[in-house]
Write a protein that binds this ligand. Structure first.
Ligand SMILES: Nc1ncnc2c1ncn2[C@@H]1O[C@H](COP(=O)(O)OP(=O)(O)OP(=O)(O)O)[C@@H](O)[C@H]1O
Ligand SMILES: [Mg+2]
Length: 333
């Protein structure tokens, strides 16, 4: 999450009463029309179809990227849901939630995505159900790495048979194209990182996997986007979905799991258990070489993301991510 104060035009927050029991911090960000409307009329005023009363509502900001998107957790007397405000029209994400529900991933399934509860085209706003349960990342943190890996595997087994054929192409070619930008950004931060990243991109270009028929991919399958719903997995935050190989999401999942052990050394063994369980549960589904390639590319992506918040990480974290990526790219070749 990018916090205000990070950018030159940081808008700051306005703490507003909104007739709620607790005051709530609403980013004062004019790029997100829903935030402007919430500040003006309150949340209940913006979402009349949901028929709730601001006085019995708790709201918490759970994600915010300046000028791009904000996610709120909302509890009313009767419901628990997420309000997602965007700068760009989220119509395709809304359609995806509907299509996934129609494909059977709704309330009665043990593999679920959030239901779409409401949307406002003009305000660029979605309301989706809140899925209850710890994230895969939290499972690893609390010593349940194996469970995290097994749940992810159940998701991939179910996703493999989904008939959804829409969304922009999102495969190795696009990943490679973006990888060049990440390498350039890393080089601007630190020439040694740039050299390591450029060598990696060269290796990835030579070993690009041949892709099988593409299917639905999430696009940001981080360990915090997979939830343990008790009877199965739930997957949230579909903003970046597309059509691509399952190995792309699997590679990102494993990269974010590995990163947990990098950030907190004491989690490395638990992260390995998650990885082992995941690989065991998907061996029949995923191409090993393609998965290794996508893991390497995902680690480069994560090294690039660290450019904006290195202070939360141990020294040398970006070099470590690129080192692991280079090791995997070698295997993939
Ligand atoms: N429908 C949901 N059910 C359960 N938890 C949710 C839901 N939507 C969001 N969350 C929680 O709020 C967090 C932020 O939401 P989301 O991922 O939609 O926003 P984001 O701007 O992409 O944030 P980030 O950059 O941290 O991923 C999630 O990581 C998750 O913990
Ligand atoms: Mg997210």
């Amino acid at each position: 999450m990018t916090l205000p104060g990070d950018g030159p035009q940081a808008p700051g927050y306005r703490v507003v009463e909104l007739h709620m029991r607790a005051t709530t911090q609403i980013p004062n960000d004019r790029a997100l029309p829903a935030l402007v409307a919430i500040l003006a009329t309150g949340l209940a005023g913006v979402l009349p179809a949901l028929e709730f009363d601001d006085r019995h509502t708790e709201v918490a900001l759970r994600g915010y990227t300046l000028g791009s998107r904000a996610t709120f957790e909302v509890r009313t007397a009767r419901r628990h849901f997420a309000v997602k405000a965007y700068a760009e029209d989220p119509a395709s994400e809304a359609e995806l939630y509907e299509a996934l529900a129609a494909a059977g991933l709704g309330g009665n399934s043990n593999v679920r995505v959030p239901p779409l509860l409401a949307r406002d085209h003009n305000l660029r706003l979605l309301v989706i159900g809140w899925l209850e349960g710890p994230t895969a990342r939290q499972l690893v943190e609390r010593g349940q790495g194996q469970r995290a890996g097994e749940l992810a595997a159940v998701w991939f087994q179910r996703a493999a048979s989904l008939p959804l054929k829409f969304g922009p192409p999102f495969g190795a070619a696009r990943m490679l194209h973006r990888a060049q930008k990440w390498a350039a950004a890393l080089g601007a931060t630190d020439p040694a990182l740039g050299t390591a990243a450029t060598t990696l991109v060269g290796k990835l270009a030579l070993t690009q996997p041949r892709e099988r028929t593409p299917g639905l991919v999430h696009g940001t399958f981080y360990s915090r986007h997979l939830l343990d719903l008790g009877d199965g997995p739930g997957v949230i935050d579909w903003q970046r979905f597309g059509q691509g190989p399952a190995e792309l999401d699997a590679g990102m999942f494993l990269a974010t799991i590995w990163r947990l052990g990098l950030r907190h050394e004491h989690l490395a063994a638990e992260a390995s258990l998650a990885e082992e369980a995941f690989l065991g549960g998907t061996a029949d589904l995923l191409d090993e070489r393609a998965l290794t390639w996508h893991r390497a590319a995902a680690l480069l992506r994560l090294a690039d993301k660290l450019n904006s918040r290195q202070e939360d990480w141990p020294a040398g974290a970006q070099h470590a991510l690129l080192g692991e990526a280079a090791r995997l790219a070698e295997i993939a070749g």
